[in-house]
Design a protein around this ligand. Structure first.
Ligand code: GAL
Length: 587
C-alpha cells in the first residue's frame, strides 16, 4: 500500500501484509453477458434502487487488470494493445472478459463541473473512447477508483463525489468498478456504510456494474460486503513471489484472517459474491528459477481456481509467452473455477507444507488439489472419505487433460517437489456431492439473551496475532490483582479481532489489564471499535497502560453494532481482556 495511512491501521496492516475450457454452461453464460454488456448504454437496465446485480457474477469474475503489470505506467496505446492481445491470445475466448484500468488513469484535477477526467497525456482521447475500444473487442470495461479523497497514487478519489463519479462511469460505459480504500480512514464512515453508498449510486444509474471491494481484506465477509458488492479482497496486496501468493491464498483458505474453526472463508463465497485473494501474478513471478517458473505459475493458478477466486490476470499480455498463455487459458482448470455450483474449495488436509483442497462441482464430481509448498519432496494422498466418496473412483489429471484410471479408496501424488502439485477431478457425474456444514450461528454470533462471553464465540476476522482463549497469551491463568478469571482473551500486541454481534448485543463489558509478565515500562493500549478501522469509531479506549496501571473496567452501551472489533496494541507486550462479554437485553 503506497499511501500514508492512519498509524494504527498501518501498523496492523503491515502485520497482515508480511508477506480453468470453460464448462459449456458457463462459457455460454459469459458469452451471453459479453453480448449484452457491449450493446448496453447508460440509462437502461433494472430500475434504480433494485437489489444488487448478483447475476453479473454468478461465477467468479475473470479479466485483466493493469496494476500488477504496469502500476502507474498506463496509457491509451498500451491499453488498446492489451485489448487486442486479449483477443489474439485467446484470453477473451477463455472467458477473460473485464479489462480493468487500475490507479493512475485520471487527471490530477477534476473538471469545472467536478467530474473526473482522463489524464490528458496518457489518455488524450478520453475514457469514453477507451471504453468504446474495449467494448468493440467484445470485452467489458473496468475502472479503478478510491473511496478516500485521494487514490493510493494520490489522484482524485471519490469521497464526496460518489454520485457524480458513478454517473460519469455509467456514461463512459463502465461495467466493473474496483473501489479502493486508501485515505478512507478519514471519511468517518464504516466500510459497510461507504460501500452501500456506492452501491446505491451505481443502482441509480441503471447500468449493471460489478462492484469490487478493495479494502486490503478488512472483513467484508463479516460486515455484509455481499449486500453491496460482488467481490471483496481478503488480503493485502499480492506481490510477484510465491510467499506472497501463498499468503494471499491463505487469507481465503486458511486462518490468516479468520478463526481456524471456520476452515477459511469458503462459507462466505457463492454465486454472486466472492472472496478475492487479489489479482494474479501468473507470468510475473520473480523468485523462482527460469526452469521452475511454469511450476510456480501453475501452483498459483490452481490455487485461485480451486478457491473460486476472481481470475484477474496481471501480466503483460502483449509479450506473454506461450507457456504463460497455456497456464492462464488451461480449459479444465478454468472450468473448475467457473463451475456454476460456486463452491469455494476448502482444505481437507494441511500439515504446514503439504495441502489438499476439495471443491465439489455441479456435475457430481469433485476437483482436488494436492500441493507441496515445502522444500522437501513429498507424496501427498487424498482419502476418498475426506471428500465424500468411497470405493473405486475415476481420476482425471486436469493439467495433462488425461484420465489416470480408477483408484481404490485414495489417490497419491508422488514425488512432488516445491510448488509441485496435482490438480485432479475425482468421481462420476451424478447428483452433487455434499459439502461440509457451515459454522452454526451460535458459534460466532449472539443468539441468546443475557451474557455471551466473547471467548465462547469464534472471531470472524483477525489481523496480527490471534488471541488465546481463556488464558493469557503465555498460556497461564488470567489473573488480575489477585483475582483469577475463567473467561477472557489473552493478547500479544499487535492483536485485532472482530466479533460479529449482528446488532443483538446491547452492552460490552470486560476488564482490561496488562499482563503482569510485561516488562517494566512496556506500554499497551486496548480499544474497542464499531466495525473496522476505517471509520475510526472508537467505542472505548484504555489509553496507554503499563503493568502497573490499575485494571480498567469497561461497561459500554452498543447501539446497532454489527461487528465489534477489539484491538490490543503495543510492542511485544501482553494484555488481557478479562471476562470480555456482550450482554443482550432483548429476547
Ligand atoms: C492498492 C491496491 C492495489 C492497487 C494499488 C493502486 O491499494 O490494493 O491493488 O490498486 O492500490 O494504487
Amino acid at each position: 500500500m503506497p499511501s500514508p495511512h492512519n498509524s494504527l491501521f498501518t501498523m496492523v496492516m503491515v502485520v497482515v501484509l508480511t508477506l480453468c475450457v470453460t464448462s459449456n454452461s458457463s462459457a455460454g453464460a459469459n458469452n451471453q453477458a459479453r453480448r449484452s454488456a457491449s450493446s448496453y448504454s447508460a440509462g437502461q437496465g433494472t430500475a434504480a434502487g433494485s437489489s444488487l446485480h448478483t447475476e453479473l457474477a454468478l461465477t467468479p469474475p475473470m479479466g485483466w487488470n493493469s496494476w500488477n503489470a504496469f502500476e502507474k505506467e498506463i496509457d491509451e496505446d498500451k491499453i488498446k494493445a492489451i485489448a487486442d492481445a486479449m483477443v489474439s491470445s485467446g484470453m477473451r475466448d477463455a472467458s477473460y472478459m473485464y479489462l480493468v484500468l487500475d490507479d493512475a488513469w485520471m487527471a490530477s484535477d477534476r473538471d469545472r463541473d467536478g467530474r473526473l477526467a482522463a489524464d490528458p497525456k496518457k489518455f488524450p482521447s478520453g475514457m469514453k473512447a477507451i471504453g468504446d475500444y474495449i467494448h468493440s473487442k467484445g470485452l467489458k470495461f473496468g475502472i479503478y477508483e478510491d473511496r478516500g479523497h485521494l487514490t493510493c497514487q494520490q489522484l482524485p478519489g471519490s469521497f464526496r463525489h460518489e454520485r457524480i463519479d458513478m454517473e460519469t462511469f455509467a456514461q463512459w460505459g463502465v461495467d466493473y468498478i474496483k473501489m479502493d480504500s486508501c485515505f478512507a480512514e478519514s471519511n468517518g464512515r464504516m466500510s459497510s456504510e461507504d460501500y452501500a453508498i456506492y452501491r446505491r449510486h451505481i443502482q441509480a444509474t441503471g447500468r449493471p456494474i460489478v462492484l469490487s471491494i478493495s479494502d486490503f481484506g478488512n472483513a467484508a465477509w463479516a460486515w455484509g460486503g455481499k449486500e453491496s458488492a460482488q467481490l471483496w479482497r481478503t488480503s493485502g496486496d499480492i506481490y510477484p513471489w510465491m510467499d506472497s501468493v501463498y499468503h494471499c491464498a491463505d487469507t481465503s483458505a486458511g486462518d490468516q484472517s479468520i478463526h481456524p474453526a471456520f476452515n477459511g472463508l469458503w462459507q462466505f463465497a457463492g454465486p454472486g459474491h466472492w472472496n478475492d485473494p487479489d489479482m494474479l501474478q501468473v507470468g510475473n513471478l520473480k523468485d523462482t528459477d527460469e526452469d521452475r517458473k511454469e511450476i510456480a505459475d501453475r501452483a498459483h493458478f490452481s490455487l485461485w481456481c480451486i478457491l473460486a477466486a476472481p481470475l484477474m490476470a496481471g501480466n503483460d499480455l502483449r509479450t506473454m509467452s506461450d507457456k504463460v498463455r497455456d497456464v492462464l487459458t488451461a480449459p479444465e482448470l478454468i472450468a473448475v473455477n467457473q463451475d456454476v455450483r460456486g463452491i469455494q474449495g476448502y482444505k481437507v488436509y494441511d500439515d504446514g507444507d503439504r495441502e489438499v483442497y476439495n471443491k465439489p462441482l455441479s456435475d457430481g464430481t469433485t476437483a482436488v488439489l494436492l500441493l507441496n509448498k515445502g522444500r522437501e519432496k513429498a507424496d501427498i494422498t487424498v482419502q476418498w472419505d475426506k471428500i465424500g466418496l468411497s470405493g473405486s473412483q475415476p481420476v482425471r489429471d486436469l493439467w495433462a487433460r488425461k484420465d489416470l484410471g480408477e483408484f481404490e479408496d485414495s489417490f497419491t501424488a508422488r514425488d512432488l517437489g516445491r510448488h509441485e502439485h496435482k490438480m485432479i477431478k475425482v468421481g462420476r457425474t451424478g447428483p452433487p456431492l455434499p459439502i461440509p456444514a457451515t459454522m452454526p450461528l451460535e458459534k460466532y454470533t449472539v443468539t441468546r439473551k443475557g451474557a455471551t462471553y466473547l471467548s465462547d464465540l469464534y472471531y470472524i476476522w483477525k489481523a496480527g496475532s490471534a488471541p488465546i482463549y481463556d488464558a493469557t497469551y503465555g498460556g497461564g491463568p488470567m489473573s488480575i490483582a489477585g483475582q483469577t478469571f475463567k473467561k477472557g482473551l489473552g493478547c500479544k500486541s499487535k492483536c485485532a479481532v472482530m466479533f460479529k454481534v449482528d446488532g443483538r448485543a446491547d452492552r460490552f463489558q470486560a476488564i482490561a489489564a496488562m499482563d503482569k509478565s510485561s516488562n517494566e515500562n512496556a506500554e499497551g493500549r486496548f480499544r474497542a471499535y464499531n466495525e473496522d478501522f476505517f471509520a475510526n469509531k472508537v467505542l472505548w479506549d484504555s489509553g496507554k497502560m503499563t503493568r502497573h496501571s490499575p485494571a480498567k473496567e469497561i461497561d459500554i452501551e452498543l447501539r446497532d453494532v454489527q461487528c465489534l472489533m477489539l484491538v490490543f496494541d503495543g510492542k511485544d507486550v501482553l494484555g488481557n481482556w478479562a471476562d470480555a462479554r456482550v450482554i443482550s437485553e432483548g429476547d
